[in-house]
Design a protein around this ligand. Structure first.
Ligand SMILES: NC(=O)c1ccc[n+]([C@@H]2O[C@H](COP(=O)([O-])OP(=O)(O)OC[C@H]3O[C@@H](n4cnc5c(N)ncnc54)[C@H](O)[C@@H]3O)[C@@H](O)[C@H]2O)c1
Length: 331
């Protein structure tokens, strides 16, 4: 049985990936620092669900401080998903972004280079490296990130790819906006769906004609698993969903999925937000054998169903307080 390390295992994508690797028969060491980028209870719940599996071992701590080299003993593949995501906060929190994206990646690489067993690192890079380049983005196009987040992801990718060689193989997957059940709470598709189902306004930054290549989380996981063995060492590879969707079109679909009209409020475009993203998937197709399978309408329906059941669960919990909080009935 093979052993892998998943960094960021309690995160949105890392938890889906860990679950898939366990299903595939791997021993999974899941490392996570439970950073406070969003409600840590979401990360704790994911880690608790994974910990029920007997081949999963949780290591809680900061990648920068942990003795990573000893964790890598016996590990063959490292899936490096730990990082500080999000464009907007990166303009105010440069130091934290540098710590979680740049320093953490450098520590991991140094430890893997000293390991006798690690043969490959698969790194979660980002479409944000391309900035406002013309679409579709090709891996051979010059990169020009327009946010501190993008710049720290670029620095991390460079560090990872520079380590390819001397018995260690490295690959950087440039993920394009990932969505699906358990999506991060700061991302637009989840914020929109939560607002729509609650009957609140959707806050759209800009006129809504900006577009994204949305990638369903199962497709991202499939590509990430393929990258552990495919002939992609030393390369960056785009992983996208196969179509580009304007925010206004996503909102129209949401109206249908929510079963009621949605109310939109437009706000100024946020600093660092790019106009359009779209992945050229030629390399992913030819070298990884990857093809996205989930169409946006189906994937968003899954996410909205997940959000609906989550909101129902929460209102049931509010209307029925836990036993410990229930007052004894008067005799
Ligand atoms: N979600 C997307 O659309 C998207 C797109 C492109 C790239 N990515 C990249 O994919 C990765 C996963 O993204 P996600 O959406 O699942 O985010 P997430 O925030 O849900 O998961 C990241 C996890 O990494 C952990 N972490 C952060 N810094 C750490 C450190 N120093 N030590 C240990 N653990 C640490 C966090 O606690 C978190 O659980 C990130 O590297 C992100 O940059 C995500």
């Amino acid at each position: 049985m093979s052993t892998c390390l998943v960094t960021g295992a309690a995160g949105f994508i890392g938890s889906h990936l860990s679950s898939r690797l366990l299903d595939d028969g791997w021993n999974v060491i899941g490392l996570d620092g439970f950073t406070d980028t969003y409600d840590p209870s979401e990360k704790l719940a994911r880690a608790a669900a994974l910990s029920r599996h007997r081949r999963f071992r949780l290591v809680a701590g900061d990648l920068v401080d942990l003795p990573v080299k000893s964790l890598l003993r016996g590990t063959e593949v490292v899936f490096h998903l730990a990082g500080r995501p999000g464009v907007r906060p990166s303009f105010r929190q440069g130091r934290l972004y540098h710590h979680d994206n740049v320093e953490a990646s450098a520590r991991l690489v140094a430890a893997a280079q000293g390991s006798a067993t690690v043969r490959r690192i698969v790194h979660a890079s980002s479409s944000s490296l391309y900035g406002n380049a013309p679409v579709p983005f090709s891996e051979t196009a010059p990169v020009a990130p327009i946010s501190p987040y993008g710049r720290t992801k670029l620095a991390a990718e460079k560090t990872i790819l520079a380590a390819n060689g001397d018995g260690l193989e490295t690959v950087a997957l440039r993920y394009f906006t990932v969505y699906g059940p358990d999506q991060r709470p700061d991302l637009a598709l989840r914020r929109f769906a939560e607002a729509a189902l609650r009957g609140a306004h959707l806050h759209v930054l800009g006129d809504g004609t900006q577009s994204r290549d949305f990638t369903y989380v199962d497709d991202i996981v499939e590509a990430t698993v393929l990258a552990a063995t495919a002939p992609v060492a030393g390369m960056a590879v785009n992983i996208g969903g196969g179509s580009r969707v304007a925010l206004l079109d996503a909102i129209q679909l949401l109206e249908h999925l929510a079963g009621k009209p949605v109310r939109v409020r437009h706000e100024p475009v946020a600093r660092g937000d790019v106009r359009h993203t779209e992945a050229d998937l030629t390399r992913a197709r030819e070298l990884l054998g990857f093809r996205p399978r989930v169409a946006f309408a189906d994937g968003y329906a899954e996410e909205v169903a997940w959000i609906r059941s989550r909101l129902r669960g929460r209102s049931a919990a509010i209307s029925r307080p836990p036993a410990a909080l229930r007052l004894p009935r008067a005799a």
